[in-house]
Design a protein around this ligand. Structure first.
Ligand SMILES: Nc1ncnc2c1ncn2[C@@H]1O[C@H](COP(=O)(O)OP(=O)(O)O)[C@@H](O)[C@H]1O
Ligand SMILES: Cc1ncc(C[n+]2csc(CCOP(=O)(O)OP(=O)(O)O)c2C)c(N)n1
Ligand SMILES: [Mg+2]
Ligand SMILES: [Mg+2]
Ligand SMILES: [Mg+2]
Length: 328
């Protein structure tokens, strides 16, 4: 390790002791990161929810992004998958494959970002692996959460007649990436900052997910990572039904509204760009959105058939060539 362009990192084990062990201190099963593996006793009446997502420099984040924000995004994209199941976060395993340009200052900031979000979301580091790579830095988290046994929200279960909802706002993450790539220069700097912030720091809807599970009226749920339309397609496929999305009902932030007002061609980008980390879900007639916290918008309906149709305000289908991000 540490053979790079900058000051070498402390040795592998010194790095784990100094920066990662403190993040595991509050979690007894992490065994102070001294052992070969960690343990966790699942509370009675609950089952584990496990999810893994990787982040690759240049693919999921920019090499110039601040290390604390990269760390927080890494945790938050995984927390978003826990939210999609209605799970309460418990802890996470983390694998860091560090590229040659990573120095100790970067690690210190990265660990500080993790500490901040561990406090914010109530979870702890449980273990992981630290390796070097000649390629781009690659980070992976496996997050653990719990749900009452048998109650995890599913992508299957939507029924014709259900309504379709999404949390928060859609399209900010991908517009934020455009801002960081010095596009959208015509937008005011406050809007540009707000969008960049949404790209750097997703807001996983953990409390909303738990409330949706507790409420009992949600028939299918997932989080939006690849793009609203593509991800809606996953609910449609899993549930063996069709989905209608009314484009004009999709909630947009003030910054995204302003960007769209200046360039109508951005609509497909908003609907399919991804990096949203909002919850998309269906519910029967009796559903009412939890009153406080994250806003929820009704954007469409479940119909018989298959696939996703996006309609404009006149009910005319908007053709979309790409519904969302795919790695290959
Ligand atoms: N390499 C893999 N090995 C096992 N399961 C995988 C792998 N890649 C993806 N999956 C599974 O495929 C499903 C879809 O993955 P993905 O689209 O990444 O979900 P999400 O967008 O919620 O992260 C998930 O259940 C995920 O666990
Ligand atoms: C530098 C950079 N380029 C492009 C993107 C856009 N992008 C990359 S991956 C992705 C989809 C989500 O990532 P994925 O690995 O598919 O996560 P998952 O769906 O498994 O949660 C998006 C929108 C980005 N976030 N950063
Ligand atoms: Mg994934
Ligand atoms: Mg997901
Ligand atoms: Mg994906």
């Amino acid at each position: 390790m540490g053979v790079g362009n900058r000051a070498p990192l402390p040795g592998e084990f010194a790095l784990i002791r100094k920066y990662f062990a403190p993040l595991a201190a509050g979690f007894s099963g992490a065994l102070d990161l001294e052992d070969d593996a960690c343990t966790y006793a699942v509370p009675a009446g609950h089952e584990l929810v496990l999810t893994a997502d990787a982040l690759v420099e240049g693919r999921h984040y920019l090499g110039t992004d601040p290390a604390d924000l990269i760390a927080r995004k890494m945790l938050r994209v995984n927390l978003s998958d826990l939210a999609a199941k209605g799970a309460k976060p418990v802890g996470y395993l983390m694998t860091t494959a560090l590229g040659p340009d990573i120095d100790e200052d970067w690690i210190a900031k990265f660990a500080a970002g993790l500490a901040a979000d561990q406090r914010e979301y109530g979870l702890a580091l449980m273990g992981g692996d630290t390796v070097a790579t000649p390629g781009p830095t690659t980070l992976s988290v496996t997050a653990l959460g719990i749900v009452p046994t048998g109650r995890a929200l599913r992508r299957r279960g939507a029924r014709p007649g259900d309504r379709l909802f999404v949390s928060g706002t859609i399209g900010d993450g991908i517009l934020g990436l455009k801002v960081l790539r010095a596009e959208l220069l015509e937008l005011g700097s406050n809007h540009r900052d707000a969008l960049a912030d949404r790209y750097h720091l997703p807001q996983p809807r953990v409390q909303l997910g738990a409330a949706l599970l507790a409420g009992g009226a949600v028939t299918a749920a997932m989080d939006v990572s690849d793009g609203l339309v593509a991800d809606a397609g996953h609910i449609a496929d899993a549930s063996h039904c069709g989905l209608i999305i009314h484009a004009d009902r999709v909630p947009l932030s003030p910054a995204a509204q302003e960007a769209l007002a200046e360039d109508l061609d951005l609509l497909p980008v908003l609907l399919s760009g991804g990096d949203d980390y909002e919850l998309l879900f269906t519910a029967g007639a009796g559903f009412t959105a939890p009153g406080s916290g994250t806003p929820v918008a009704e954007i469409g309906a479940v119909v018989s058939g298959s696939g996703v149709k996006v309609l404009d305000r006149d009910g005319v289908e908007i053709p979309l060539t790409v519904g969302g991000w795919q790695h290959f």
